[in-house]
Design a protein around this ligand. Structure first.
Ligand code: UDP
Length: 320
């Protein structure tokens, strides 16, 4: 298949583009390198540099595109509260341009990169797809709005689409992993302590209503995530918009993650308790039963040690 991957220089997008290339697909990466890395784009992919809205028309006009994997987005929760206008423009605005281009050029298969942030603060766990959506930040709100637009395009224009709501993506796949200009995520920040780039890791609150008082999250390996995207594309149905949660189904506390990173890296990784971070829920754990039952998704790297080992293999070879 010929597949367009928007945001194919970003973390999840580049891993998916790599896996698609390995599976023999013809991949076109669109990226404007606002946050992505040039090195992360697989050499075998065709690269079109620019914002989605500016270049998608010319890419789809080639006429032989089978599907679009849409990752291009801004994804920092804190930033989304400070400059919401940029998030609405870059997330919703660019996605609407993509949907229009797909409609005009008759490209009818879409896999959309969404997030657990669409649910907001859940009353219970694990989170299933029928939980109320009530995002607590602009990032989640933009992703949820795109879902509404996708549903309309499916109903009115026969689009076949799947939105995948990720929980805490981590790990790496070979030479592609987490390498952002601005890093806010737990595992890469902890590993930066082990490489000497950072003095210590701050634990954002140790008074949460969890077994050890630190926040609990569901970490999913980025390579397992890539499999779900491919399955979604292969099973998309005309006029149907499916939504799946993707996690490993197990919760690990911040302290447990730090401890695992100490074991894997052999570094003491000093940690210091800091105030809670605004907008953080205590516990987020996915139910991925629907994805396993309906997509046939079988995550095989759900063990936290494997996730951290793969992340470390990537991070430890980066230039500091
Ligand atoms: N966290 C932390 N210290 C950090 C970064 C994150 O204690 O330096 C915590 C954060 O409060 C959350 C968990 O680690 O409870 C996972 O945060 P991350 O930003 O990786 O993902 P999120 O769950 O916010 O999507």
């Amino acid at each position: 298949m010929k597949i367009v991957v928007t945001g194919g220089a970003g973390y999840v997008g580049s891993v998916c583009a790599t896996v698609l290339v390995e599976q023999g697909h013809d991949v076109v990466v669109i990226d404007n390198f606002t946050t992505g890395n040039r090195d992360a784009v697989p050499a075998q992919a065709q690269l079109v540099e620019g914002s989605v809205a500016d270049v998608i028309g010319q890419v789809l006009a080639q006429g032989d595109v089978d599907a679009v994997f849409h990752f291009a987005a801004r994804s920092l929760v804190g930033e989304s509260m400070e400059v919401p206008e940029e998030y609405w423009r870059d997330n919703l605005g660019q996605s609407l341009a993509l949907l229009e281009a797909m409609r005009i050029h008759g490209v009818k298969n879409l896999v959309f990169s969404s997030t657990a942030a669409t649910y907001g603060e859940p009353a219970t766990t694990p989170i299933t797809e029928d939980f109320p959506t009530a995002p607590t930040n602009t990032y989640g709100a933009t992703k949820l709005s795109i879902d509404y637009a996708i549903t309309s395009y499916c109903q009115a224009h026969g689009l076949a689409a799947t939105s995948l709501r990720y929980f805490n993506v981590a790990g790496a796949y070979g030479s592609v992993g987490e390498n952002r200009k601005i890093e806010t995520h737990l595992i890469p920040l902890i590993l930066q302590v082990a490489t000497g780039k950072r003095e210590d890791i701050k634990i954002f609150g140790d008074d949460w209503p969890t077994p050890d008082g630190t926040a609990v999250r569901d970490y999913i390996h980025v390579r397992d995530l890539a499999d779900a995207h491919v399955l979604a594309c292969e099973t998309n149905k005309p006029s149907v918009h499916r939504i799946f949660n993707l996690g490993s189904g197990d919760g690990y506390s911040v302290s447990q993650v730090i401890e695992m990173c100490r074991e894997v890296t052999g570094h003491p990784i000093p940690a210091e308790v800091a105030p809670r971070r605004a907008g953080d829920p205590a516990t987020l754990i996915a139910s991925s039963d629907k994805a396993m039952n309906e997509l046939g998704w079988k995550p095989s790297r759900t063990d936290l040690r494997t996730i951290v080992e793969d992340a470390w293999a990537f991070t430890s070879q980066l230039d500091n």
